[in-house]
Design a protein around this ligand. Structure first.
Ligand code: PRX
Length: 656
């Protein structure tokens, strides 16, 4: 970390290109100048609760709250006594307006001739019918429902239907394995799993139902499985348990009144990797989450009724929750959803979509941008991208080179870029430029959103000086913050509220420059950020160790040009097994089976022993250095056995 920190500080200190907001853009924007931002920010900082109340007032409440915030560290309750419904806010309230027949979702399937448009009225009908179907299976307010689906409109219908009746959903990314599904479904005791026969990815069909079948064998709480017919691949349906989506919604009423839910009613649980093996079920609730997703969608993306907003994230991640399924719909916007891969059938698929649908706002990840950059300018150049007016990024630090390319080639040097820092835990964007107001500098997420109070501190809670590195913290509660880790409040306290006294510990290193801009330097814990997705090293290690041939394993991240970080594994085999290329392949496949292919190590180094401290802790820091630079220069005084490192170093040399 120390080395990385230094390099990133040095490189960003050289960054002095400042992009002022475009005048014309500013004139039409919700927030029109930096002065306006600062005025709102400063006022909100003086009284964050009053600021958030004023935002929440623009949503629909069946009953008003009596207390805006009850804060008993580390537990927040927002808009207490208020009753609302997320689905009502995203759908019903637009039906009485000119938006009734406006497109809520424009969807494009991966196979090229498929486009569907779902208006707000149609969305209402579909969500209600599906909500009634869930009810007919006995799903009640407070029950948990798992969603394991491809990027199709029905994934949003399912989420909205749960929100409508007060069932708490947990969306599991379609790339996860049966074991990963099993862990998540059992952790929160889901009653129903919603899936599809299959989904398209790069021309192939992923057999989702088949994966669910092998998971559900070990999920005793699951009573029903609902299966959308999407790819037409063959599936086995178990009588009494499995239901086709189209059959179960047939004949259901297209009205299902939205439940009047407590502001603190659990809306969803989303699992994310932590530093120990078990994924954490991040819990978000109703009124506060909606407030955050709503206003950040509006101000960060400057959403207008005329916009076609495309957030490329899968609904399996938090970005797909807040900026596909909820935030933009709460604003009555049109969202574009695309099912498949960016390079299918060719490397210009995204640009083709932007051109044909006249997309105005594009929100994607640095890893995708770096891949586009590598594929070359000729692909975007084939298309007219002049409809774009705003670009966004999320998931990991964006390197200035990728930022500049995005700005020039995709944005035609005309579109502002919002580099947005936030987390599964924060529910909505925390640090970000506002596009009509904030001068941007490539590589920094700039300033906090109004109502969000952040600081950079050391372990004792002392604030860092200008340009001094430290830990990123959030010092005041805000509505969309996580409420706890499902079923493990102790872990919630320990993970986020014990590292530094009285503040939320985000797990990222950062520094603040003289403008007050925040530069995020990456994770400070054993979490790897691969293509903008968090993976815990412990989770991958335990997957490796679960293989018979493996005695011990350590996993670290090393920088990767496209993915941000790549997964490097160090493995000690059981005595009777010998290192080989085949063994490397076997173990990679094993991890893919246990967790999903996104967790597959990029390289595995076999070693007779791992470097450990005298107390037996694996020294990942050394392995990280080794994986990154091929040598170890850091402090090795606590190392128990020097020869281990010597051997590893020789092996690395041999590989190079
Ligand atoms: O390390 C930060 C990085 O992604 C982490 C959160 O990951 P996740 O919960 O999966 O959510 C990703 C999408 C919100 C953070 O702790 N991260 C996210 N956005 C940025 C970022 N790092 C730098 N710059 C960003 N804009």
């Amino acid at each position: 970390m120390a080395e990385n920190e230094r390099t990133s500080i040095e490189s960003v200190l050289n960054e002095d290109r400042v992009f002022e907001p475009d005048e014309e853009f500013s004139r039409g924007a919700h927030i029109k100048s930096f002065e306006e931002y600062e005025r709102i920010y400063d006022e909100a900082a003086k009284d964050p609760v009053a600021f958030w109340e004023s935002v929440a007032e623009s949503l629909h409440w069946f009953e008003p709250w009596h207390t805006p915030l009850v804060w008993t560290e580390p537990h927040a309750k927002w808009f207490v006594g208020g009753k609302t419904n997320v689905s009502y806010n995203c759908i019903d309230r637009h039906l009485e307006t000119y938006r009734r027949n406006k497109a809520a979702i424009i969807w494009e399937g991966e196979p090229e001739d498929e486009i569907r448009t779902v208006t707000y009225q149609q969305l209402f009908n579909e969500v209600c019918r599906f909500a009634n179907a869930l009810k007919s299976l006995g799903v009640e307010k407070g029950d948990r429902v798992a969603i394991y689906m491809p990027m199709v409109p029905e994934a949003v219908f399912a989420m909205q239907a749960c929100a409508r009746i007060g069932a708490t959903h947990t969306v599991i990314f379609g790339g996860f394995s049966a074991d990963a599904i099993k862990d998540r479904v059992n952790d929160c005791a889901c009653k129903v799993i919603i899936t599809a026969d299959g989904g398209y990815r790069r021309g192939k069909v992923l057999p989702l139902k088949e994966t669910v079948d092998s998971a559900v064998e070990s999920c005793p709480t699951v009573e029903s499985v609902i299966v959308l017919k999407r790819a037409g691949n063959e599936v086995t349906m178990r009588e009494g348990r499995d239901h086709w989506w189209h059959q179960i919604v047939a004949g259901k009423n297209t009205e299902c009144p939205a439940e009047k839910l407590d502001s603190e009613h659990p809306l969803f649980i989303l699992y994310t990797s932590g530093t120990t093996g078990k994924p954490k079920g991040i819990l978000h609730t109703t009124g506060g989450y909606l407030t955050g997703a709503y206003i950040t969608s509006k101000w960060v993306f400057d959403l207008k009724d005329e916009d076609t907003f495309w957030c490329t994230a899968d609904v399996g991640w938090i970005t797909g929750h807040s900026y596909v399924a909820y935030g933009p719909l709460a604003n009555g916007s049109t969202v574009l959803m695309y099912e498949g891969a960016p390079n299918y059938p060719d490397f210009d698929r995204f640009w083709d979509i932007v051109e044909r649908h006249r997309v105005t706002i594009l929100y994607t990840a640095p890893t995708a941008i770096r891949a586009f950059l590598k594929w070359g300018d000729e692909y975007p150049e084939r298309h007219d991208l002049s409809s774009l007016r705003l670009l966004g990024t999320v998931g990991e630090p964006i390197n200035p080179e990728a930022w500049m390319w995005y700005h020039r080639v995709i944005g035609g040097s005309r579109c502002p870029i919002v580099d947005t820092w936030w987390q599964t835990e924060t529910g909505s964007i925390m640090i970000t430029p506002l596009p009509g107001a904030t001068p941007t500098v490539p590589g920094t997420a700039t300033r906090p959103f109004p109502g969000i109070i952040v600081d950079i501190q050391d372990r004792s809670g002392k604030s860092a000086e200008v340009d001094e590195g430290g830990f990123l913290t959030i010092t005041h509660p805000y509505p969309s913050m996580l409420r706890t880790i499902w079923g493990d409040d102790e872990r919630y306290r320990k993970q986020y509220w014990s590292e530094i006294p009285n503040v939320y510990f985000a797990g990222d290193g950062a520094r603040r420059d003289k403008r007050g801009y925040y530069w995020i330097m990456g994770r400070v814990d054993d979490v790897i950020n691969v293509s903008g997705h968090r993976l815990g090293t412990a989770e991958i290690e335990s997957a490796l160790v679960s293989h018979d041939a493996v005695a011990e394993a350590a996993v670290v991240g090393r920088p990767d040009e496209i993915k941000g970080q790549a997964i490097a594994a160090f493995v000690t085999l059981e005595g009777r097994h010998k290192p080989s290329e085949e063994m490397e392949e076997v173990l990679k496949k094993h991890v893919a089976k246990e967790i999903g292919s996104l967790a597959k190590p990029h390289d595995i180094t076999f070693t007779e022993a791992l470097p450990k401290t005298r107390s037996g802790k694996i020294m990942r820091r050394l392995l990280r250095e080794l994986a990154t630079t091929g040598e170890v220069k850091g402090d090795v005084t606590t190392l128990e056995d020097f020869s281990v490192l010597e051997k590893l170093r020789e092996d690395e040399d041999g590989e190079a």
